[in-house]
Write a protein that binds this ligand. Sequence first.
Ligand code: GLN
Length: 472
Amino acid sequence: MPRYNKLTTIQEDLANGLITCEHLVEYYLDRINATKDLNVYIEVFEEEALAQAKALDAKYKNDPTSVGKLFGMVISIKDVLCYKDHLVTAGAKILEGFKSLFTATGIERLLAEDAIIIGRVNCDQFAMGSTNENSHYGPTKNGLNPKKIPGGSSGASAVSVQIDTCLISLGTDTGGSVRQPAAFCGILGFKPTYGRVSRYGLLAYGSSFDQIGVLANSIEDIALTLELMAGRDEFDSTSSSKAVPSYSKDLNFGKKAKIAYFPTAVEHRSLDADVRNQTLNLIKQLEIDGHTVEGVDFDYLDYIIPAYYVLTTAEASSNLSRFDGIRYGYRSPNATNLEETYTMSRTEGFSTEVKRRIMLGTFVLSAGYYDAYYGKAQKVRRLIAEKTAEIFENYDFILMPSAPGPAWDIGAVNDDPVAMYLADIFTVQANMAGIPAISIPLGESGGMPIGVQLMANKFEEGKLLAFSKELV
Ligand code: GLN
């Protein structure tokens, strides 16, 4: 079986009888078995995926026009997305044994178009982290070098695509969790506008930031997946009712772009030299190609990370209060009364990083500190969103490295949470402002991939994807 990087190629080969869905799924299952050491899948839906593939082959044979738009698309899903009657744990012990009662709207819409879900992949616990090391199921390793992290929190989603165990993966992006692992694994990672895709069935981390995103090898697959997942959902009041364009049919940018970048970020000393040089080279190339690329001032870069970690931990402390040892998953066998059931289940069920964030979030929301921390961070968010919007009055896109450097060694930073938080510096702006963003492979540094990021104004994913197509 050849390596497929695009659904249209798979569908051509299906139509010409060169492959069947069943063979494709068998191939991916073999790949999953051969790459077990990387610790990508928490659970493989082997029999189910095969049965679904056979059923689709039969349906297609009977009437080729009866199959959905995603006929032949095999997907892995991050372990924070609900899929009815399947386990979902957010990579955490506290949800051990918990089965989804319903399917996330985004997934439901892909299944309706005959996508096949092949399995549930690892992630940082409750999507908190940048390395995939913070999982109850152990770290996932980067397929290009197993000593390296794949990024996070959708690290295993990125690796599942990188090592050809599925065509695309659904991840989630609260502060960069789709884009950063995509950059570290050498693939594409896309986060839509906040509200573009329903969050129903996404286990919440920071509800005002979370979005489902797509990790893939082609812009076409991202565009098609997005257009099928997006749109109003009565189960998520923050989902937008704005009409969903046919992104996949309109991937022609066809004009010259006006792009902004922040010299303070791109030229920063602390940036990996390869990231800096290759980003600056890209800027030069874009100018040679006739696009306008201009440095603009953005004085708020230093405030992005502190404000993000105040706001998301506040939201997380509230979202995660429901995991009490009574209603879901794990219950401590050592507790002897109700109070102990709460405290011991939570103490034993959450990782150190999750507990750190719950405590930080509880602190910034507490009566005496609310205005000083939470209130202030909300003001900073507003300012960042406004300043970002101002830039889009004059520019189509903002260009930025996806991360300050390439993937680091497993274990290298995990005793220094602040250093890890600071590495999110370039991805968090898009979540603070609620805008769409994509990470595109740019080159490499020390043998590991690096990415460049493009952001666009709210609901301009069509334009963003079309221009990105020119860069891949
Ligand atoms: N690394 C960031 C964090 O730990 C982003 C996580 C995410 O986007 N889910 O919060």
